[in-house]
Design a protein around this ligand. Sequence first.
Ligand SMILES: NC(=O)C1=CN([C@@H]2O[C@H](COP(=O)(O)OP(=O)(O)OC[C@H]3O[C@@H](n4cnc5c(N)ncnc54)[C@H](OP(=O)(O)O)[C@@H]3O)[C@@H](O)[C@H]2O)C=CC1
Ligand SMILES: O=C(O)[C@@H]1CCC=N1
Length: 274
Amino acid sequence: MADPIIAFIGAGNMSSTIIGGLVAKGYPAANIIATATRQASLDKLTAIAPVTTTLDNQAAIAQADVVVLGVKPQVMKSVCLTLAPAIQAKKPLVISLAAGLTLNSFSEWLGEGLALVRCMPNTPSLVQCGASGLYGNAAVSPAQRDMADSMMKAVGISLWVEQESDIDAVTAVSGSGPAYYFLVMEAMQAAGVQLGLSPEVARQLTLQTALGAATMASQSSDEAAELRRKVTSPGGTTEQAILSLQADGLEAMFAKAMTACRDRAIVMAKEMAG
Ligand SMILES: NC(=O)C1=CN([C@@H]2O[C@H](COP(=O)(O)OP(=O)(O)OC[C@H]3O[C@@H](n4cnc5c(N)ncnc54)[C@H](OP(=O)(O)O)[C@@H]3O)[C@@H](O)[C@H]2O)C=CC1
Ligand SMILES: O=C(O)[C@@H]1CCC=N1
């Protein structure tokens, strides 16, 4: 099916970045409907993308081939219980963006027999540089799998994982990952200022360096470790920075942080199940 009608339930940070990315890529805005609880949120969305909006979730679902659940995990159960009759009547492909929440929970809340996909996207979808992990249940048809895949590929890369629990690892790597890079940028900018640069110069150099390093790493046949080696002259300046970061346990810090992220997804699933 070309350009299915997609209803986004929830028009917050994540939905609006996917919608903005889709429309910027040429997906017809007329085929996208978004809902929220506050009209102000919908007005904010239509300022970036001229999609159809409504405060009526049921009306949105009645027209949809794909329903994207973009509300916070904490309210997902209560929202799903109210959506269940409309979803069972229309039987669209249902895609959850929520961290943690399992396909089993969605089957309990929405009823059995639905094609369900868990998608873990990230906010760089807004600039078509998103990275999404997807996992679907057995009811997802090949055509629906293509729909989910095409939707997320329009805003970046989209990879299917082999088991549902892998989505929690995807959350730790790419779902939450942009925040780690933003934190590194904040730290580099602040350190640049401490070393005497103006905030604006430190900011521009930090951002361009992040962009340059990411672009180079994604276009090069060299692994990141080899690219790093090429910057690091023996006895030179970079070596001192890298030795300092490693002595302070950077790798262990990332392993611990990302395990905490993955574990939080598992705990959220348990807290919000039932
Ligand atoms: N932010 C991120 O980087 C990522 C988020 N996610 C997942 O995406 C989901 C959304 O997160 P995020 O966008 O950050 O959250 P936000 O709080 O920014 O957005 C949530 C949206 O849900 C809307 N909403 C709440 N209740 C209802 C309802 N009953 N009917 C319709 N809309 C409703 C809110 O409406 P209103 O605006 O009117 O309050 C709001 O627009 C979460 O499950 C999260 O785990 C996944 C990957 C990355
Ligand atoms: O922090 C969160 O819970 C969401 C999911 C991944 C990114 N943001």
